[in-house]
Write a protein that binds this ligand. Structure first.
Ligand SMILES: NC(=O)c1ccc[n+]([C@@H]2O[C@H](COP(=O)([O-])OP(=O)(O)OC[C@H]3O[C@@H](n4cnc5c(N)ncnc54)[C@H](O)[C@@H]3O)[C@@H](O)[C@H]2O)c1
Length: 284
């Protein structure tokens, strides 16, 4: 058991990568507080863990809101007595160039991604200091490391998370608080599936999306969660301030400057990015 009795708060735990982290951390002995803005989704994650006999609680919080984040921290303290690990995973995306990004979209993407991480760190760290240490894992993205077309707010927010991670790491390195972030490539989470389901031919759309991946497939939420498990564990005792890229080689590949992202030239038939852009919605 690599996380025996470690109290872990995971935001965005009601879906995708966050739920996978809750599941894998609990398997390794962690006591999990599953947090999500979607009350039913957080409760379902708690139920899935409890069904396996694992200790878990759920809490409804919007990570943009100070009172909600303070409530999340208070709940963890009251329920478990201390906080060992905080995973700031909740995030939303955007699908516009900088000129096209409405100001409210910009503000909201920064509020969930950056302010959410900031508030989580701000209110968890005093308890970690009092307990003699802790681990923080922030969820960034390859979008914070390389230029992606039509991802202005999302890329800027994820870049800010990478910088915040370094700042927190150096501030508290003497106090035994480690802070790292993960930069996933495209991960087959419910979010991505929902978008594919909107296509006229979801299977063809999925095939086109996979074709631009160097490994010919998307990442799995569990693959991100296993890396988070490593970063949270004592095996990573000498790691802080690091951004861990988990993208199946996407950012290692040659970049087609005419394409929509890093990696091999995007097949012309892939309407995934175009549809997102036209929809002006949110995306990872
Ligand atoms: N899926 C990908 O391809 C991918 C790639 C890179 C980075 N990421 C990052 O991984 C994280 C998780 O993504 P996912 O793919 O599992 O997405 P997802 O949409 O499946 O899950 C995100 C969860 O966050 C919750 N959430 C959203 N806004 C919230 C808020 N204000 N407060 C609390 N909870 C909130 C949602 O309700 C949802 O349960 C995000 O930070 C995302 O940016 C995902």
């Amino acid at each position: 058991m690599r996380l025996q009795d470690r109290v872990t708060i995971i935001t965005g735990a009601g879906s995708g990568i966050g739920r996978a982290m809750a599941s894998i951390f609990a398997q390794e002995g962690a006591r999990v507080l599953a947090v999500d803005v979607d009350e039913g989704a957080a409760a379902e994650t708690r139920r899935l863990l409890a069904e396996r006999g694992q200790e878990a609680a759920s809490y409804t919080a919007d990570v943009r809101l100070t009172d909600d984040v303070r409530g999340m921290i208070t709940t963890a303290m009251e329920h478990f007595g201390h906080i060992d690990i905080l995973c700031n995973n909740a995030g939303i995306g955007s699908t516009q160039s900088v000129a096209e990004t409405p100001e409210d979209v910009w503000e909201n993407v920064f509020a969930v991604n950056v302010r959410g991480c900031y508030l989580g760190c701000k209110y968890a760290i005093p308890h970690m200091l009092a307990a003699g240490g802790g681990v923080i894992i922030n969820m960034a993205s390859v979008g914070g490391m390389v230029g992606l077309k039509n991802r202005a707010a999302y890329s800027a927010a994820k870049g800010a998370i990478i910088s915040l991670t370094r700042s927190v790491a150096i501030n508290y390195v003497q106090q035994q608080i480690r802070c790292t972030c993960i930069c996933p490539g495209t991960v087959d989470s419910p979010w991505v599936q929902r978008l594919l389901d909107e296509a006229p031919d979801p299977a063809a759309e999925r095939a086109a999306l996979q074709a631009r991946q160097p490994m010919g497939r998307l990442g799995l939420p569990e693959e991100i969660a296993k890396a988070a498990l490593y970063l949270a564990s004592d095996d990573a005792a000498f790691i802080t301030g690091t951004s861990l890229v988990i993208d199946g080689g996407l950012t290692a590949a040659w970049t087609d400057p005419g394409g929509d992202g890093p990696g091999p030239a995007q097949p012309a038939s892939c309407g995934y990015e175009q549809r997102l852009h036209q929809a002006g919605g949110t995306s990872m």
